[in-house]
Design a protein around this ligand. Sequence first.
Ligand SMILES: [Zn+2]
Length: 240
Amino acid sequence: MIPVILGWLAAWLVNYISDVLPVTRSLSQPACPHCAVNTEWRDYLFFRRCQACGKFWRFRAIVVQVLTLVIAVYIWVNPPARLGFWIAFTILVYMLVVMVIDLEHRIVMHPISLAGAALGLAIGTMLHGLPETLAGGVAGLGFMYILYALGQLFSKQLAKRRGEPIEDALGFGDVTLSGVLGLFLGWPLILAGLLGSILIGGLISLLIVIAMLVTKRYQAFTAIPYAPFLILGALYILLK
Ligand SMILES: [Zn+2]
């Protein structure tokens, strides 16, 4: 029963942060995205449709509730050997917030990265000591910054040639997120994490391009949110 309650409460938190923080930049009262009228807490917590405009806007919330519940129960029954239930659950809930916000808004927010840095520093130090933790953070930040700078250079050249702005493949949020993941993973595991996410990201991008070609909706340089891949790469290593 404990993981069920924990999973449900944590999912409320994930949904609440993802609903308000990117929109109002503060922990405000949640509001309907269609008509912007504030949602009553009772309606909000029980996933009712908007009382003002009648629209149902909590689809993602329900997906997150179910997903978090399943994750909580799963790792309660099979706690990851290195992390144990509590640390693994804390990391997963944090990563879920980053993923939902990145998928919906294409941003990795600074306050979320800062919170992650604090969490990563604490958990990383517990797992592999302070020097390895800090080295992992610096490596993640530095490595992704190089990719980011190269991407900027590339899109600037391309934009000049085509005479129109091109959306950057990597955002600066991906750089800070890699630093955070570096703290969690430590040196040298962060290298494996980044490599893994580049491979997963490349594979998924390829599948998306194929799907677009098949449906004849291909657009070159469609930007794909990258944070979920970084997170999946890191989680794969952390939860092993
Ligand atoms: Zn509404």
